[in-house]
Design a protein around this ligand. Structure first.
Ligand code: HAM
Length: 425
């Protein structure tokens, strides 16, 4: 028996209530904030991610699904959503549009991760990217959009972790100081950190090993080493967050797992679980576009895992609005009635009424049982003899009342029932 590949999941109709619920919230919030939807291909030129996410990162080193196609090109299943959006911005000359260009996406993401609760090899993200604006007020807008999403779906107990990791002007000096600090402790570091010291020193601050924690706590902070521009940028961000009454925790160890970030970085952590399973994260990436095209484009955005949002909603006992649409079951007895039922079902569906029918001749009892199993609101019962007289029986399955209705009045009667269902007084 073949099964889904490890770390992937089927999305069954029963799972849809949560997916539709969170997606509807995301879409309406993006609309309110003025972010238009973009879709990019599931795979891209491998170099796109090597150049932007970074050669020394876990994603590029260990987690990408990379393959050669039949023409010999190296392609990679999208391991994150930002680089493809910036590529599309540059490719389609969006720098000529009024800036900033504000984009949102719902995308499947592929990472060869170790599967566990909330960690998949194919997951899905809601993301937004704002391109062409460097002012920190838009950083605050992006953070507010993310928190608005969590609040509106009903998540509680979340915390916003915030840091600024500097830019091309101040980060090189900071990295030198950080490296010098860690070199003096090199023999006490875990193997991973010894490698990071050579390849990606900022990631030293993200080590999870207990033995490395004291060194992280004592390490120099990026916030103490910002240049004047980064410092002013961060002050504006904090002022804007205060103006929106958004609380945050300054976290000097927050450095993120992708190389393209500059200045603002943030994550949102669910109650008591922490960074291992962040609900969402993002930041500013003013240097990213230059790695793709010959243009400097400031940008900021976030990604948030849809499966993680749903997992946390379920942990917190928040159920989506599961009201089913009004539905009608067409029960037929006899051949002519069966044929009429097919036409009636199709007619109702064209009018947007959810109509169910029996696909083969069955007893009335069996059909009504099926109507109940499918939670139909009412049944139209059609028999050959009654039909010859232009009559059908309309049974309200909730109240178990029924009436004879002229076939010509049936649609109107159903519309009335549907309206009553949607607007119960
Ligand atoms: P990221 O932090 O790698 O950032 O991923 C964003 C979110 O995707 C995470 O916070 C988490 O909710 C979810 N996620 C990541 N990996 C997995 C996984 N294996 N299984 C389930 N969910 C996962 C980015 O991808 C950046 N592109 C975000 C960004 C946008 N930065 C700027 N703009």
């Amino acid at each position: 028996m073949l099964q889904t590949p490890r770390g992937t999941a089927d999305l069954l109709p029963a799972d849809q209530a949560y997916w539709s619920y969170v997606t509807a919230h995301f879409q309406s919030i993006c609309e309110a904030f003025g972010y238009g939807e973009i879709r990019t291909p599931v795979f891209e030129d491998t170099r796109l991610f090597q150049r932007t996410v970074g050669e020394g990162t876990d994603i590029v080193e260990k987690e990408m699904y990379t393959f050669s196609d039949r023409g010999g090109d190296s392609l990679t299943l999208r391991p994150e959503g930002t680089a493809p959006v910036v590529r599309a911005y540059l490719e389609h000359g969006m720098h000529r549009l009024p800036q900033p260009v504000k984009l949102s996406y719902i995308a499947s993401i592929f990472r060869y991760d170790r599967p566990q609760a909330g960690r998949l090899r194919q997951h899905h993200q809601f993301g937004v990217e704002a391109l062409g604006e460097e002012a920190a007020t838009i950083d605050a807008e992006i953070i507010s959009l993310l928190l608005t999403l969590y609040r509106s779906v009903g998540l509680t107990g979340i915390s916003l972790q915030l840091n600024n990791i500097g830019d091309a002007a101040c980060r090189p000096q900071y990295i030198e100081d950080l490296t010098a600090y860690y070199r003096s402790h090199v023999h006490a570091l875990c193997d991973n950190c010894q490698a990071r010291l050579e390849r990606n020193p900022l990631r030293l601050l993200d080590c999870k090993e207990d033995s490395c924690q004291p060194f992280i706590q004592e390490a120099p902070h990026t916030l103490d080493n910002l240049c004047a521009d980064c410092d002013a940028h961060f002050s504006t961000l904090k002022r804007s967050l205060d103006a929106m009454e958004i609380e945050y925790t300054l976290n000097h160890t927050l450095v993120r797992g992708l190389d393209y970030y500059t200045r603002t970085v943030f994550e949102v952590w669910p109650e008591a679980v922490g960074r291992q399973s962040a609900l969402g994260g993002g930041g500013r990436y003013d240097g990213l576009a230059r790695h793709i095209g010959k243009r400097d484009v400031p940008g900021i955005g976030f990604g948030t895992g849809i499966e993680r949002i749903i997992l946390n909603l379920q942990r917190q006992g928040v159920a989506p609005d599961e009201r089913q649409p009004f539905s009608v079951y067409i029960a037929t007895l006899g051949e002519r009635a069966g044929t009429y039922g097919i036409g009636l079902t199709n007619d109702l569906r064209q009018r947007g009424i959810r109509a169910l029918l029996t696909y083969k001749q069955r007893s009335l009892k069996a059909q009504l049982r099926q109507a109940g199993n499918q939670a139909a609101d009412c049944a139209v019962i059609v028999g050959d003899d009654e039909l010859a007289q232009g009559q059908v029986l309309l049974r309200d399955l909730k109240s178990s009342t029924q009436e004879n209705v002229a076939a010509t009045d049936l649609v109107q009667a159903l519309e009335r029932l549907r309206a009553g269902e949607q607007d119960p007084q």
